[in-house]
Design a protein around this ligand. Structure first.
Ligand code: GDP
Length: 327
C-alpha cells in the first residue's frame, strides 16, 4: 500500500500543480471512508481561495456524435496555446471494472500525453447526485492546481446533462448534420440548455449538409425565449478530425465570457450554482440519514407491505417513519 499523504503534502502538492498529488487528492475525495471524507473536507477548504479562475465548459451530445474526438482536438488546440486543460466526465453508469467513457485514455491519446493536459475518468457511483458532487470537487482541485480550462463531458443519458449544466459556465451541445432530421435525436430541453451548438464532422462531403444544419438549428434556437443573461446561443460548424473551426468555438466561448462578465451574470450564475450545490448536499445528507436510521430500516419493509395492501395510506406511513427519526 502507498503511504498516505499528509494534509500539508496534499495541499502543497495540489497548489504547486503536481498532477500526481492532484490524482491522489481526487482519489481521496472519491473515497467513501469517513476518515478520508474528513481529510478531503480539510484539503478542499484550504484550497478554496485558489479556485474559480477557470472557464468551466460542459460538453454533451448523443453517443457517436464525436465528443471524445472533439475533446481530444479542442483540448490539444488549447494546450498548444498555452492553456492548462483538465478533462473530467460525468457518467453515472460507469463502473471501474467495465471501463468508463474516459477510463480508456487511448481514446484521447494525444491529449493524455500533453504536458498541459490532465484527464480523469468519471467517478463511480450509483447515484447521479453523488457522482456529480465528486466531479464538482474534482473541478475545484483542478482549478487550484492551475488548470484554467475545465472540460466536463457527459454521456447523453437524460439527467446527467442537467447535472453538468448546473456546474459549468458554458454548455456546449455537439450535434450532427443529418438530411432532413436536423432536430431529431436530441431532446428539446437539452437544446434549450445550450449556450452554443457545434455541428461536428463538418468535413469532406459533410461540409454542405453541416452548413444547412447550422441554419436549421439557428432558426430553431430563435424560437426559444431569450436567456436571462442576454446571451443568444450560437451555432457553428467544426471538424475535430481536420482541426477545423476549433478556433471559432473558442472565440464563441470567450465572447460569451466577456459579455457575461461585463453584465455581472457570470458571477451570479456561479453563486446560484453554489447555492444549488448546497441544497443538493443537504437533500442527499437528509436522505442518507433517514434511510440509515436503524428504526427506519427495521420498520420500512413492513410499512411498504401495508401500503401495497391498502392497510395504511402512503402519507400516514411516511409520517410514521418520520416520527421514528424524531421529526
Ligand atoms: P462519442 O461517442 O461522442 O465520444 O464519439 P467519438 O468521438 O467516439 O466519435 C465517433 C465516430 O465519429 C468515430 O469513428 C470518429 O472517428 C468519428 N468522428 C469524430 N469526429 C469526427 C470529425 O470531425 N470528422 C469525421 N469525419 N469523423 C469524426
Amino acid at each position: 500500500m502507498r503511504k498516505r499523504l499528509s494534509k500539508e503534502e496534499l495541499i502543497n502538492g495540489v497548489l504547486g500543480g503536481d498532477t500526481i498529488t492532484l490524482s491522489r487528492a481526487i482519489t481521496l475525495i472519491e473515497s467513501a471512508l469517513l476518515s478520508d471524507r474528513e481529510l478531503s473536507e480539510e484539503v478542499l477548504n484550504a484550497i478554496l481561495p485558489k479556485t474559480g479562475k477557470s472557464i468551466r465548459i460542459g460538453i454533451t451530445g448523443v453517443p457517436g456524435v464525436g465528443k471524445s474526438t472533439f475533446i481530444e482536438s479542442f483540448g490539444s488546440y488549447l494546450c498548444e496555446q498555452g492553456h492548462k486543460v483538465a478533462v473530467l466526465a460525468i457518467d453515472p453508469s460507469s463502473q471501474k471494472t467495465s471501463g468508463s467513457i474516459l477510463g480508456d485514455k487511448t481514446r484521447m491519446e494525444k491529449l493524455a500525453h500533453h504536458p498541459n493536459a490532465f484527464i480523469r475518468p468519471s467517478p463511480t457511483g450509483t447515484s447521479l447526485g453523488g457522482v456529480a458532487n465528486k466531479t464538482r470537487e474534482t473541478m475545484l482541485l483542478c482549478e487550484a492546481a492551475g488548470f484554467d480550462v475545465i472540460l466536463i463531458e457527459t454521456v447523453g443519458v437524460g439527467q446527467s446533462e442537467t447535472a453538468v449544466k448546473g456546474m459549468v459556465d458554458f454548455f456546449l451541445l455537439l450535434m450532427l448534420a443529418g438530411a432532413g432530421d436536423e432536430l431529431q435525436g436530441i431532446k428539446k430541453g437539452i437544446m434549450e440548455m445550450a449556450d452554443g451548438i457545434a455541428i461536428t464532422k463538418a468535413d469532406g462531403e459533410n461540409v454542405k449538409p453541416s452548413k444547412q444544419a447550422k441554419n436549421a438549428y439557428q432558426n430553431a434556437l430563435h424560437l426559444f425565449p431569450a436567456s436571462e443573461s442576454g446571451w443568444y446561443p450560437k451555432v457553428l460548424t467544426c471538424s475535430a478530425l481536420a482541426s477545423d473551426g476549433l478556433n471559432s468555438v473558442w472565440d464563441m466561448i470567450n465572447e460569451y465570457k466577456n459579455k457575461l462578465e461585463s453584465n455581472g451574470y457570470f458571477d451570479q450564475q456561479r453563486r446560484n450554482q453554489n447555492v444549488d450545490w448546497m441544497n443538493e448536499s443537504i437533500e442527499r445528507k437528509l436522505l442518507q440519514t433517514f434511510y440509515n436510521n436503524e428504526q427506519v430500516k427495521a420498520v420500512l419493509p413492513q410499512l411498504k407491505k401495508k401500503v401495497k395492501n391498502g392497510l395504511i395510506t402512503p402519507q400516514a406511513a411516511a409520517l410514521e417513519l418520520f416520527k421514528l427519526t424524531g421529526d
